[in-house]
Design a protein around this ligand. Structure first.
Ligand SMILES: N[C@@H](CCC(=O)N[C@@H](CS)C(=O)NCC(=O)O)C(=O)O
Length: 231
């Protein structure tokens, strides 16, 4: 059974949604990143970059146990393993990969930096907040234009590109975004949010979702000395 080493964050939710969509049995191994579980030797052995999500597939390539980190790589792996959620048509397949890369290199890191400077940083730096606010809005505009042309990012088919992007677009109020300003994104968001596998995916570990301000321990693990210690 596939092991998902994970936590209920947008990057974790990508893998929860994918596993629910493809219907492969899986076991969740919670990695509480606020409590520092990502620095434990057993997790570092799977992901030396100490970030969730990671998977372990006991029946990986060649029938061998296989560890994988980076959510985009995990989505491609699971799609290829099952032949699901990556288009077969070559052009649509590359479009799916294109928008997956756009999420991994743009949406995820930029929205993450917005969260950091606008919500988590103790020192509020107007330049940083303005820069990432502008990027978040710009990236929503790019998505909106694409979704005016097609129902899903790769075209007609729902794919791993949508699964990667959806968890970062949900809860838009956390990024100061009103989806009414991006009607095509809103329609796409609502269609995906209604999928039963997505409802199940975002419920994984939901009881552990952080509510309220970060504790001193969470801050230390995520942004302090512990985060940057040489390993
Ligand atoms: N590019 C990575 C990013 C993963 C990532 O940033 N994970 C965060 C949670 S969403 C994490 O585990 N942070 C723990 C830490 O910073 O130590 C991916 O897509 O898998």
């Amino acid at each position: 059974m596939i092991e998902a080493w994970t936590w209920p964050t947008p990057n974790g939710h990508k893998v929860h949604i994918m596993l629910e969509e493809i219907g492969l049995p899986y076991r969740v191994i919670p990695i509480n990143i606020g409590a520092g579980d990502q620095f434990k030797p057993e997790f570092l052995a799977i992901n030396p970059n100490h970030r969730i999500p990671a998977i372990v597939d006991p029946e990986g390539p060649g029938g061998k146990r296989f560890n994988l980190f980076e959510s985009g790589a995990i989505l491609v792996y699971l799609a290829e393993k099952t032949g699901k959620l990556i288009p077969k048509d070559p052009a649509a397949r590359y479009l799916s990969l294109q928008w997956l890369m756009f999420q991994m290199g743009g949406v995820g890191p930029m929205f993450g930096q917005y969260n950091h400077f606008a919500n988590y940083a103790v020192e509020k730096i107007p330049y940083a907040i303005a820069r990432y606010t502008n990027e978040v809005k710009r990236l929503h505009r790019v998505l909106d234009h694409r979704l005016e042309e097609a129902p899903y990012l790769a075209g007609e088919e729902y794919s791993i590109a949508d699964i990667a992007t959806f968890p970062w677009v949900r809860n838009p109020e956390r990024r100061g975004i009103d989806l009414a300003d991006y009607p095509a994104v809103k329609g796409w968001h609502d269609r995906i949010a209604a999928r039963p596998a997505v409802v199940r995916g975002v419920a994984v570990l939901a009881e552990h979702q952080r509510r309220g301000p970060m504790s001193a321990e969470q801050r230390e693990n995520l942004f302090g000395q512990t985060q940057f210690a040489a390993r």
